[in-house]
Design a protein around this ligand. Structure first.
Ligand code: BJW
Length: 251
């Protein structure tokens, strides 16, 4: 069993403000593929520039739409894992808890987390590619294989409400994430390769603000050498253990 230091538990209990920032690894134990892991990551099988850029969608909307429909189908058959559930419970136990995620899968919300800051949007929702207005798919004609026409713009197509490379993150979400990260006392970076910007910079903002920066990941990342503590292992095992220790009475 992984050792969790009492220093971390004490810091979490005493903090006025805690940030948990999650990435694809948090959903790995639910059966959702990560992006950058060799063999199993989505980018080992698909090229991001063919699927996760606005240019890719404009060039071949059908291919991009089908890829997201496939991922949506996968999501219907998976459940939040113990890591998601532990984070939802931590929100009720800790002071000033903010959950930030790069994930688009909605699994935190399905585990009961409220007010999740979604930096890269959501695969569950759709928007018009031209106007960016939200679109309810039920009211539209179309098949599963090609993106429906947008009801908001004559030349617009419907697309998933996610953030692709080269696109700006939702302003309000990014501002809330920066604000929370720059004033927290404990920052947990969970299941992310800490490569994609600007999300990867949040840990550095927390560190500069004097926060205890803790990484939870089975592998090393560019953050590992700057973190104050590295818990090397799976979030679905480490987070429930942290929760258990938080529930124990303090001396
Ligand atoms: C486990 C585990 C277990 C496994 N438990 N852990 C500065 C420098 C260089 C480049 C840039 C820069 N600033 C911006 C850029 C460009 C770019 C970028 O960062 N590129 C990098 C590749 C270098 N960023 C952008 O383009 C962003 N936009 C932007 O900056 O706009 C500026 C702008 C301003 C104004 C106007 C216009 C523009 C947008 C980034 C969007 C990212 N989108 C994606 C796709 C979302 C939709 C979809 O899902 O299809 O988001 S890409 C993909 O990467 C996805 C993820 O959210 C994101 C991060 O991935 P994550 O979560 O870290 O996953 P992995 O797979 O990388 O890592 C998983 C980790 O889990 C691993 O470490 C495992 O070890 C671990 N793990 N099992 C715990 N059980």
């Amino acid at each position: 069993m992984i050792e969790i230091s009492l220093q971390l538990i004490k810091a979490l209990k005493q903090a006025d403000s805690v940030v948990a920032s999650t990435g694809a690894g948090t959903s790995a134990e639910s059966g959702i593929a990560t992006f950058r892991q060799s063999q199993t990551g989505l980018w080992s099988r698909f090229r991001p520039e063919d699927l996760a850029t606005p240019e890719a969608f404009e060039k071949n909307p059908q291919r991009v739409w089908e890829w997201y429909q496939w991922r949506r189908e996968q999501l219907r058959n998976v459940q939040p894992n113990p890591g998601h559930h532990a984070l939802a419970k931590m929100a009720a136990m800790l002071n000033g808890f903010t959950l930030i995620t790069q994930n688009v899968d909605g699994l935190h919300q399905r585990a009961g987390s409220q007010e999740v800051i979604e930096l890269h949007g959501s695969i569950v929702r759709n928007i018009c590619h031209r106007s960016r207005l939200e679109v309810e798919l039920e009211h539209l004609e179309g098949d599963q294989h090609s993106p429906p026409r947008s009801p908001h713009h004559r030349q617009g197509l419907v697309r998933p409400a996610v953030v692709w490379f080269g696109e700006a993150l939702p302003q309000a979400a990014l501002e809330s994430a920066i604000q929370a990260s720059s004033r927290c006392q404990v920052f947990l970076s969970i299941g992310t390769s800490s490569i994609v910007q600007p999300a990867a910079s949040l840990a550095e903002m927390a560190r500069q603000a004097g926060s205890l920066v803790v990484e939870i990941n089975p592998a090393s990342t560019p953050l590992s050498s700057h973190a104050d503590m590295v818990l090397q292992g799976k979030s679905g095992e480490i987070l429930p253990r942290i929760l258990e220790l938080l529930a124990e009475p303090s001396d």
